[in-house]
Design a protein around this ligand. Structure first.
Ligand code: ADP
Length: 370
């Protein structure tokens, strides 16, 4: 099987004095896939990306690219290209010379300009090849930076927050272009972001980081639908997290919250009677009914906010058992029986919509200081 563009991280660690920015990370990223690394500021994403690019050396561990150990191989010789957040274009060079620059460094002669023009055409800027960077919009500058990163035919393109400098409209357009480009080129893209919708929309694999470790990695749908911990559930969004204590652990788990809420669902992880657990229920799986009698797999709440979102309506509740509880109601259901601020409701869900969370990681995501 071809290993082109495959990345293997083996116990990769990077410390800066007392701070462990990345801690013993093990991961395989398939060649030709689109991988998004996500996590809050300071969780170690950029450090991991820079180590794959060769701009940082691991304190310990190994990095393999395309089956070859590149841990101590120089940046330009490991088949990767890094696109910086601020694009870092040369203001005094036109677009052709900006894009051709990495080839010049590699000693390529006059043909480098032809190759640069081809690459500019690939990012839809062929007609602007003689312009200067200052004559471009933000989105166009980003495409030039992409063309410059791709000119050396890397196996792996590394993107550090590539869309963060763009306004919302451009960000969505460039997102589509990045995906198209990755599909056309068939090379591995690793894209660092702190924006969950970006990761879900783009990635074949999402890596969720926290405190320098990988908290969960997998296809976006698995992570969104089956978050591993309260941290992932909250960070990826779209979920309500509920705390409860297990009363009966058998074929079915019966649990109770300290405020008297009763829950029953099939176990998805090993639990014991008496154990404190957290579980998640997707916001779009919640039904709201008027009244105050909850019963099982339900909780009472009071409406504190209603936001129309187009296809659905976001309804926020205060409940006795959670800090925050949100239901996404289909537009038609909501307007068939609209709710107002202050309404008392019962939020109800089905036992099969409960996702048991393992562990209690609930952190902010900063790196560990030892
Ligand atoms: P992220 O990209 O997720 O925001 P970083 O990888 O940039 O996180 O940083 C992870 C942690 O490592 C942070 O606590 C940061 O302050 C620390 N760090 C990163 N680079 C350096 C450095 N060159 N020197 C000292 N500390 C650093």
């Amino acid at each position: 099987m071809s290993k082109v563009g495959e990345i293997i991280l083996e116990k990769v660690t990077r410390s800066y004095g007392a701070v462990t920015a990345v801690h013993a990370v093990d991961q395989v990223i398939e060649g030709g896939s689109y991988c998004c690394m996500i996590g809050p500021s300071g969780c170690g994403k950029s450090t991991l990306l820079r180590m794959i690019a060769g701009h940082e050396t691991p304190t310990s561990g190994r990095i393999l690219i395309g089956g070859k150990d590149v841990t101590h191989v120089r940046t330009g010789e490991r088949g990767t290209a890094l696109m910086f957040q601020n694009y870092a274009l040369f203001p005094h060079l036109n677009l052709t010379d900006n894009v051709a620059f990495p080839l010049k460094i590699h000693g390529v002669g006059a043909e480098r300009r032809d190759r640069a023009r081809e690459m500019l055409a690939r990012v839809q800027l062929g007609h602007m090849a003689d312009r200067m960077p200052s004559q471009l919009s933000g989105g166009q500058q980003q495409r030039v930076a992409l063309a410059r990163a791709l000119i050396t035919n890397p196996q792996v393109l590394l993107l550090d927050e590539p869309l963060s400098a763009l306004d919302e409209f451009l960000r969505l357009r460039m997102r589509v272009e990045l995906k198209r480009l990755q599909n056309d080129l068939g090379i591995t893209f690793i894209h660092v972001t702190h924006t969950q919708p970006e990761a879900i929309a783009l990635a074949d694999k999402v890596i969720v980081m926290d405190h320098g470790i990988i908290e969960q990695a997998g296809p976006p749908r698995d992570i969104y639908d089956h978050p591993h911990s309260p941290y992932v559930a909250r960070f990826m969004g779209g979920q309500n997290v509920v705390c409860a204590k297990v009363l009966v652990a058998g074929d079915q788990i019966e649990a109770e919250s300290t405020e008297g809420g009763r829950f029953a669902f099939a176990p998805r992880a090993t639990v014991r009677a008496g154990q404190e657990i957290r579980f998640a229920v997707r916001r779009d799986k919640i039904r709201l009914e008027p009244g105050q009698a909850a019963g099982s797999n339900a909780m009472c709440g009071r409406v504190v906010n209603v936001e129309y979102q187009g296809t659905f309506v976001k309804v926020e509740l205060v409940t006795a058992q959670t800090d925050e509880f949100v239901a996404y109601l289909p537009e038609q259901d909501f307007f068939a029986r609209p709710l107002r601020f202050g309404d008392e409701v019962v939020a109800r869900w089905l036992p099969q919509d409960v996702c048991m969370l393992v562990g209690t990681n609930n952190s902010s995501g900063d790196a560990l200081a030892h």
